[in-house]
Design a protein. Sequence first.
Lengths: 557, 710
Amino acid sequence: MFVTAMSPLLVYASGPFPLTRVSLSMASARQTDPSPEPPRVQEAPSVVAAVDMGASAIRLVVAEANAAHEPRVIEEATRGVLLGKDTFSHGKLDAATMEATLKALEGFRRIMDTYGVVHYRAVATSAVREAENCDTFIDRIRLRTGLEVEVIDGSEENRLTYVAVRSALAGHEALVEGDALLVGVGGGSGDISFLRKGEPIHSGIYALGSVRLRQSLSSYHGSHEQKVRLLRRQIHNVVEDIRREMPLREARHFIALGTHLRFAAERISGETHSTAHGLEIPKAPFLAFCDQIMADDTERLVERERLPQAEAETLVPALLACRELLVETAAEKIVVPEASLCGGLLLELTRVEQGHGIEDFRRQVLASASALGEKYRYDVSHARNVAHLAMRLFDQMRPEHGLSDRHRLLLEVAALLHDVGIYVNLKGHHKHAEYLLSVSEVFGLSREDMTIVACVARYHRRATPQKSHLTYMSLDRDTRVGVNKLASILRLANALDADHLQKIKDVRLSFEEGTWVVEAEGAGDLTMERLASLSRSDLLTEVFGRRIAFREGPGRI
Amino acid sequence: MSPAAKTRKKEPELFFNRELSWLAFNGRVLEEAMDTSSPLLERLKFAVIVASNLDEFFMVRVAALKHDVDEGDTAPDSAGLTPGQQLTAISQRAHEMVERLYKGIADEILPGLASHGIRMLPVGDLDTAQRSLLARYFADEVHPALTPLAIDVSRPFPHLASLSLNLALLLSPPNEGEPPRLAVVQVPGRLPRLVRPPGADGNTYVFLEDVIRAELPTLFPGQTLLESTVFRISRDAEMELDDEGDTGNYLEVLEEELRKRRRSRTVRLEVDAGVSDTLLARLTERLGVDADDVYRMRGPMDLRALAGLVELPSLEHIRDAPWKPVAVLDPADMEDPFAVLDQRDILIHQPYESFDPVVQFVARAAEDPDVLAIKQTLYRASGDSPIVQALARAADQGRKQVTVLVELMARFDEQSNIRWARELEESGAHVIYGIRGYKTHAKICLVVRRGRQGIRRYVHLGTGNYNERTARIYTDFGLMTADQDIGEDASAFFNALTGYSDPPRMKKLAMAPTTLRDRFLRLIERERRRAEAGQAAEIRAKMNSLVDEDVIRALYDASRAGVKIRLNVRGICCLRPGLKGASETIEVVSIVDRFLEHARVFYFRNGGDEEIYLASADWMPRNLDRRIELMFPVESKELQQKVMSALDSMFLDNVKSRWLQSDGSYKRRKPGKGEEPFRVQLHLYREAQRTLERARASAGITFEPLDGGR
């Protein structure tokens, strides 16, 4: 079934078929209750669709699938529309670009209607997200085509791409052994993840989008060679930034996505190996091909390679970005899987009955969070102990707090990282944590998610949330309530390891006469913990209206 | 223009001029008209084809060359001839051709028909009673439709429609010493050209222009008629659409263009052979035609009027026995073609095999509630086409998506196409009126159906139009398949055409103008490389015309490397075969027989891993660059064999085959001593019959046990 706790059902009556947007975004995932529906019996596979509005093109993929089968693509359509050209040069989408996009989407809608597509996801990335007139544009799309487009942020893009790659490269060495760099150069950004045995431990969005790079040079009137040199320098600087955050040298595998890579693979077809997992381009011919392509300006590329203008314009920046990253790694070849953002959307659309969304990626998110913790030299034993206790508390308080699995995951991340501020200074480290976390990337978590994590971490000690706290106040009311609840749990969990010695292994919660009794299972003297628990339950009492009693469990040694 | 076109050197000795090659083709059709061993009505049919072919040739090709000359274009073609030189050569050969044609018409065919009771009589040969009845007919029916126009300074020469018949006459001047006055009477196109004189027996006719001519004095009472002649003009029909125009008004633009067509320049004047120099001079001056453009006809003009005679009933003895197409699907399979396609592909070789399964394919799709969408190209659909009607029915229900690309640019068929387009649109289909800058020549029909196993696509792809009438006289191949890759390509093709997507990368199909040219060149080059590597390399191909210079050069390169190349080119062939150091391994044969050879087949040996393709495109620049075309593979071994046995038999013909020589002439191949005559079309017809009988025999023998009547 498509309708789950996480997905509000949106039905539009326009057009012959009502369309249901299956929303998976974090923002809309909050505050929805599970709406249990009887499972639908489906004999024939159902047809779903994914629309990706990128910076240089919009794409539609229609596929059919049922629970038992991988999605089978039945139709694809692409329209080159340079949304990014507008946004990245003057901050908003022009009327002509919007009209061209609307026209193309009308066509997509017609294709979807042919198959009676009901379930779909349409997403827009940075080119729309960063446009001043983003909201108006999304509204016009809804009015003209009935399509409900979600604007997703980079982390969601990263996660969806990862979903697609994980499926396309299932069993491939790049996901099984050692480290791999996963590079997706889109029009608006370069989405880069560092994978260890297939798990993303670092990920980030970087200014390597091909349209963006190209646009940044548009006002420069030099020769083609000068432009390329400038472009290389620009890319080089970004790659330097990435190197500071990820151990690029350790990557033995290089996985790259994007139409430009596939184009390159086709052109060096003599050297390219086609495997069950996709294409593999050896390093040397790829570098040679890049050098050759760089020598041509756009006009020559259009004529010689018979490329559409839009593709030719972004080919050089995209390949250069890949090239500069490749040479920083230890990889000897590029793996180009049959994977894309649309592919990730389809996988999630068709596997929805197994649950979906970021909480399904707990392992990857936590791996990435731990990598961040290591970066700030956190006390890993304390962090894990607190996280464990926080989870125990969260689970046992479910009937009281009514929060979702997603909140659970954010709490777990906050618990792991609550002490990173110590890296800056022990004094006021909760405030340093807030700052560090609000600008850090954790795989799969959106900016808003990270803001929540930052706030929860901040309130692990000292002051409780105040109206004068800017970050906290930037959240909407519902989110703030969520932060209060999570922070109250974290404060208690942290108090239970006040000595940083992990004396308490487990915690049980019982409710006796209006009081929560915290029963700690552990060894040694728990006086510190008892005192801390009582004083740090202030927020808990404030939020839930319950008093707290501390009791040492019967199993204590 | 192809990228190679800009850089290639001129080697006129390697190419034939396309116009002269076309005239040679029409000459081969004329041979059929002159073949005394053929039944008379068949000869008449070929004579009509020769004449109407010439009409189109003048209106399109000659007109274009004249336009080039007017523009001062003196660039030689690949054969080294300037437009002016081409026009001179064309005029000379066209005059010879008309001479031969009318020798056949006036001296052999019409007298021959007369001996079988089909008579074209001059009015003078009728008896008095018949003549007075004819005068009545003139007064009642014809006269009201006439507008006699005297021409003088104040009254300019009227605008006469292209290909219409007219009478020009000279009247004596009112004042002595002045030149005779010129007058024109248009022969009404709405009235039947062949008039049956009352009281005459069934197959006696008088030409309408003769009826008018006999009554001319009544049209100009009180004036002295000095002379009269029938004449016919051909105008430039070349259309130039304004690409900057608004697409929304494309239909109006086209209708306007059709109206304008009537006003454009005169490129040919046909007159009675006996016309006086005075009258002819007056006409040529008024029409602005050169002496080279004047054709003196010694027989009836506009032979199209005689086409109806070919179909006359009860003249079987002077007509070929009909060759009935056989059914490739048995009645049960016809009920559910989709079920058949779930099992196997179907290949139809028209007209030996019936086109009905294709009509049924669309008709079933229209009715089937599981069908989600039907998408089709329509180029030269026939008048009351059952396919168009099925599409309209499907659209009418409102539950299916029906997308039809109607090609409005199909030459000379625009009027009828506009009507279909409007009708379809009214019934709710999504009609696309062509693609800007390109003619859609691809023949494809896609049916999307929701089956128990999910979405399935069924595709028909053909080398010929969705026209059940021409499907009985044009030889074509059509493939029906449920192949998944072809289905996806078909969807992608329509998405590109409807503007929903940019032109896609295709898995199995190749599409012009995007990839087809490259694909052909690469396929030819691959054979060349195999030959160079010492492998046996071979290309066999069949098409209507071979003009494209890049392709021809690629073939020469392949030939130089030793690739064996056999080409069956029905019409124009600019490739010069048998040239030392260029085309020694290339043979070209043309078949002109009762059916119009129309299929496009391409075979590449590919080192033993043979590839066979069918296509809507010829090897012509217009197909590869200016049209939307499709090429598709035939992949099943069984169907490959079917295609190849038909293609290979083209080269065995020794009755209707003409082999192109390196000097540009065509030589007929006759059966050698002790050799049986082999006429390929007859052979294919018999093969089709035999296959059907075999299938019936193997399916027909069933044993039914008797159970004693209980």
